[in-house]
Structures are given as C-alpha cells and as structure tokens.
Design a protein around this ligand. Structure first.
Ligand code: AMP
Length: 409
C-alpha cells in the first residue's frame, strides 16, 4: 500500500480530472459505492474459483454478524447498486467510478495490495457498438494523458460456445500436463482458460498449440466480435487480436480486452475490461447486458513517470515577504484580500531573514515575490519581482489583486 505525498498528488489529480472530462464527453456519470460489500457478492459475482476471491480478498466477520470483504474490483459493487436502486427502469445507464480496491497479492512493481482504479460500466446495451465506443473512450483518455498503449482484443465466447470448447481445452491440457508448470496443473480442472494466460516460459510451446476459442465461436459471438472489430476500425482505434487473452474474473462473455504498455514490464496491463451480459441477472437483477473496464492508476502513474512527465503542481501567483513587523501585518491582510479575489498567494508567517523568505518563495514555485515593510505600508507602493526573470516592476498595493488576477488567468 502506498502513500501519495503532496509532491506526487498533482499527477493523481490530473489522471482523475482528465477522466472526468473524457467521461462527460461520452455521457458517463459518476457513481460512488462503499469500499466494503458482503463477501457473497464477490463470491457470486467475480467467481468463487478465481484467484481474486479465492486467495486475494480481505475478508472479515463483522462482529459475528456477516461476512464482509474489502472490494477487490469495482464492477460487482456497481452492479449491486444498479440492482438495489432499480436503475434499469431508466433504460441505458452509463456510469463511472474512481477509488481504492484491495487484493492480497504478492507485492511487486505495479502490483499493490491497495490500488486505485478508474472504471466505467454501461448497462442495457447488447449491441457491439457500445463495446467499441467504450474502448475508443479509453483510447481517447490515454491519448489525452500522452500515453501510447497497445490494445489487445479477444472474444471469450458465451455460455453456448464456451463449455464445449473448455472440454476440448481440458482434454488437450491434461494430455500434455507433464510439460506444464504446477500452477497450470492446478488450474486444468478448475479454470482451464487461465492456463492460457500463464507466463512461465516452459509452458509456452504447449499453450501456443492449444485449441483457440476464437476458432470455435458460435454464430452470435462471431457476429458480435466482427461488429466490434468493424466499429473499432470505423473509429480509427488500432487493435491486435490476442486469442489467448483471458481475464482473471469469471463474469466476462464475448468481448475481452486489455491495454498494455512496454513501460510496465511484467505487469504490462494498464487497463482491462469486457462484456458481462449475465452478471446483473446472476446477482439477482433483471436480464440487463453490461460492458465495462477498469484502469489501474498506479500503473498509469508508472507509465507517466517512465515518460519523464512532470506531475503538475499548484504554485502561488505571489509570495508576500515581510521586512519588519509592519510589513508582516500588511502581508497577512493583503494575502486575505488576494485570496478573496481568487489569487493564490503564500507567505511565511515565521518572518525572519529576507533571504530565507525568498528561498521559501522559490521552493513553492511562486511566480512573483513582493517585499512589504514600513516604507511600502506608508507609501502604498511596492515592487513586484518576477521570480524567473528577476525583473522588478513598481505596483500600487491596492491594484495588486486586479493585476495578478489578470496576469495569472
Ligand atoms: P482487473 O480488475 O484485474 O481487470 O484489473 C484492471 C486493471 O487494474 C489492471 O489492468 C491494472 O492496471 C489494475 N490492477 C489490477 N490489480 C492491481 C494491483 N494489485 N495493483 C495495481 N494495479 C492493479
């Protein structure tokens, strides 16, 4: 779990501000749900046999009442809220969320136990156009953040074509289990799709030759997938087909995708998502289709860092420096006046040597500094010093707020 200190928080605020801007362009509205839900929601929604639920969830008993869990992802809670508030009666719903998620994973670069996701869900549209539009929205977002990531796309079929494929896959994997790692072996029965996702080098030859679900899609899934690809092409979003792409959550059907970046090393996915048509119904709601994704903020931050992008930091327009006691009083008064006028300003209430105060002005990246002492108070005039060019311009104290508001607008 990480602390985000003030020097880095600008990056986080930027990620969130741009997300809100892009989501608004596409008509997605924010939903806020609790970080804690009933354990059963995730067991049913995400899947009891997934690593996320089985090994990684923080589960606790609420004083002997019920079993609760810290949310490991955002979709299950969002679907619960959608059902609980009967949101389906209002037709198509496009929602987004931001917030912390929790998984007890082995910590490493890009993998943490509390991490933050920016995610979105669209409820009520079975048509492939929304899958493509949502992927394009994420692509737009990454482009606005100055990030290039590769889109990897797959279809994971549906309850019609997946089960017979899984039987074939199980049979194939079982026949070659001697060539597979222990993790893969333990998954052949439980979750054979996840075997395809194994990164262990010695497993790769077996996995490369495995039967592909993409070759076995039923007509409905095939048509859906072709339409998603066509719409992405219309929208100018480049993708790579990745027939072995599966997701760690059980609820996906048809479209599954990830955006990856070389900057991330082994944990290369910055975002991932897909379609989950049966989920709302499975969690006790009406038969409403859904599609969504989540982006990992820590991973996006790592990419931005690797690009050498500086985190934006707020800086005061002016730093007021006091030369004596009269100046200190005037500084406090003028600072209040400036802030009321919407001008960010700062001062060092400890006073002290001018040099030390100028140093502090530099440290907070103030654009201007202004020295106030008995003379300035008496004349109502002071010198505004540009901290970059070192140029000094005379200014009347009463005109300061107007002048700085214009200069920093
Ligand atoms: P998932 O919910 O597993 O589909 O993950 C979606 C995105 O969340 C991933 O692409 C990552 O960017 C991010 N993510 C998932 N797990 C972690 C973690 N343990 N630490 C940091 N980011 C994560």
């Amino acid at each position: 779990m990480n602390d985000v200190l003030p020097a880095q928080v600008g990056r986080w605020q930027e990620m969130e501000r741009v997300a809100r801007e892009v989501f608004a362009l596409y008509g997605y509205r924010e939903v806020r749900t609790p970080a804690v839900e009933q354990y059963a929601l995730f067991a049913r929604g995400v899947g009891e046999l997934t690593d996320i639920v089985n090994k990684e969830m923080y589960v606790f008993e609420d004083k002997g009442e019920e079993l609760l869990a810290l949310r490991p992802e955002g979709t299950a809670g969002t679907v619960r809220a959608f059902i609980e508030h009967g949101a389906h009666v209002e037709g198509l719903q496009k929602w987004f969320y931001l917030g912390p998620m929790f998984r007890r994973e082995r910590p490493q670069k890009g993998r943490y136990r509390q991490f933050h996701q920016i995610g979105c869900e669209a409820f009520g549209v079975a048509e492939p156009a929304i899958d493509a539009e949502q992927i394009a929205m994420l692509d737009d977002y990454l482009a606005r953040m100055g990030v290039r990531a590769q889109l990897r796309l797959n279809s994971v079929g549906d309850p019609q074509c997946r089960p017979p494929y899984l039987e074939d896959l199980r049979r194939y994997l079982a026949a070659r289990k001697g060539e597979l790692c222990p993790d893969c072996n333990s998954r052949i029965e439980r979750n054979p799709l996840r075997v395809l996702d194994c990164k262990v080098e010695s497993c790769q030859p077996v996995l490369r030759e495995a039967p592909r679900l993409l070759d076995r899609l039923c007509d409905g899934c095939r048509a859906h997938f072709d339409a998603v690809k066509g719409a992405l092409e219309d929208l100018g979003v480049a993708y790579e087909l990745e027939p072995r792409l599966v997701r760690g959550l059980d609820y996906y059907v048809r479209t599954a995708f990830e955006f990856t970046s070389d900057a991330l090393g082994a944990q290369s996915a910055v975002a991932g998502g897909g379609r989950y048509d049966g989920l709302v119904e499975m969690l006790g709601g009406p038969a409403v289709p859904g599609v969504g994704y989540a982006l990992g903020q820590e991973r996006l931050a790592l990419i931005l860092e690797s690009l050498g992008r500086k985190a934006p930091e707020p800086a005061p327009a002016v730093f007021l420096i006091s030369a004596d006691a009269a100046g200190a009083r005037e500084a406090l008064r003028r600072a209040a006046e400036l802030r009321r006028a919407g001008v960010a300003c700062d001062l060092d209430p400890r006073g002290g040597k001018l040099k030390a105060q100028f140093k502090q002005a530099e440290r907070v990246h103030a654009r201007y500094a202004l020295v106030l002492g008995g003379d300035e108070v008496a004349s109502g005039q002071a010198k505004l010093k540009d901290m970059e060019t070192r140029e000094e311009t005379p200014v009347s104290l009463d005109a300061l707020a107007g002048r700085l508001a214009a200069a920093t607008r």
